[in-house]
Design a protein around this ligand. Structure first.
Ligand code: PLP
Length: 326
């Protein structure tokens, strides 16, 4: 049995000034005072699962799919979720409600993101005596963090972004189960560090054979001859919620999709490329490593899919937010 001693004085905690609203185990606390135990296995080992959900007009988007993936991630690492899906849904909605208003102006933001929230749902295996054995954990910890949604600037949709390949033959292998969204992320952190060092906004994770699997926090699509190509779930990727929405949109638009392994050279020789993620939606990629993709500008298929995504996600009831001018 461990004794988690809470000191009578409140020690100084190094927390940068963060704008956000937090709840811990269902209790809303100011962001600057939000703390979990140093014995928490999420902190010590990345022994946790998480989701990032977002709002459109402050309504949660694809919450059912996110909660299903949270349950699947938890099952894959044998972590018992302490709340029902209904409770997660209720608590996240409540946090969004508490967090609304008073956003700082953001002149470079994509207009459809203004005033919106992203919410990180984190469930750790909880605190316990030090040691790797998951049996040492006493009770899962649930942390919800709602922040003003910081998507890519509008210019990134207009001009596209650069992505940088990371990993591949001879490089350290990524750890963990790629199909589970867990807090074990050091490989991804180092991948993004490398990408940033080369002026790129996202890292592309390569497998041992040099195939592109996914982005550090996104799924990857190439466009060739008007059709989409994207790695199948079987290569070891996260089943992105946005990826699924895009596959559905492509089906409705009559755009052919080929789910097959994507060697780096094939991505580099594509007509267009784009990333998908909850916060980035459909983001054009115009450079991979040092090579321009297609005409080095966002292409027509990417634009068409993004416009359809915007319509499906937020445009329908807020037409002013459809990026006709992007
Ligand atoms: N792949 C990885 C490794 C991710 O971390 C993410 C999201 O953070 C995605 C893909 C995209 O998933 P989604 O569209 O559900 O946000």
């Amino acid at each position: 049995m461990c004794h988690l001693l809470i000191s009578s004085h409140d020690p100084e905690v190094k927390i940068p000034t963060v704008i956000g609203t937090v709840s811990i185990d269902g209790l809303v606390v100011p962001a600057g005072e939000a703390r979990v135990s140093v014995f928490d296995r999420g902190f010590l080992h990345g022994d946790s699962v998480y989701e990032v959900v977002r709002t459109y007009d402050l309504a949660l988007f694809e919450m059912g799919a996110h909660l299903a993936r949270l349950a699947s991630s938890a099952e894959r690492i044998s972590l018992r979720l302490p709340w029902t899906a209904d409770r997660f849904d209720r608590e996240v909605r409540r946090l969004v409600e508490v967090s609304r208003g008073a956003d700082a102006p953001d002149p470079v933001a994509a207009p459809w993101n203004l005033g919106e929230r992203s919410v990180r749902i984190v469930v750790t295996r909880g605190s316990g005596e030090l040691g790797l054995d998951p049996g040492l954990a006493v009770e899962p910890t649930v942390v919800l963090i709602a922040v003003p949604l910081r998507g890519p600037p509008l210019a990134a949709y207009r001009d596209g972004i650069a992505a940088w390949p990371f990993g591949g033959h001879g490089a350290p292998r990524r750890g963990g189960d790629p199909a589970a969204k867990t807090g074990e992320h050091l490989f991804h952190v180092l991948a993004v560090r490398e990408a940033r060092a080369h002026g790129a906004q996202e890292a592309l994770l390569l497998d041992g054979a040099g195939g592109v699997t996914e982005g550090a926090s996104s799924n990857v699509f190439a466009v060739r001859g008007g059709a989409l190509e994207t790695p199948p779930l079987g290569v070891g990727i996260l089943a992105g919620v946005t990826r699924a929405v895009v596959l559905d949109i492509a089906g409705r638009l009559g755009i052919q999709v080929r789910e097959r392994p994507l060697p780096l050279a094939e991505l580099e020789s594509a007509d267009e490329a784009f990333l998908t993620s909850t916060v980035r939606e459909v983001l054009p990629v115009v450079r991979v490593g040092v090579r321009p993709i297609g005409s080095a500008a966002p292409g027509p298929v990417t634009r068409r899919i993004h416009a359809a995504f915007r319509e499906a996600a937020g445009g329908g009831h807020n037409p002013g937010k459809v990026p006709a001018s992007v």
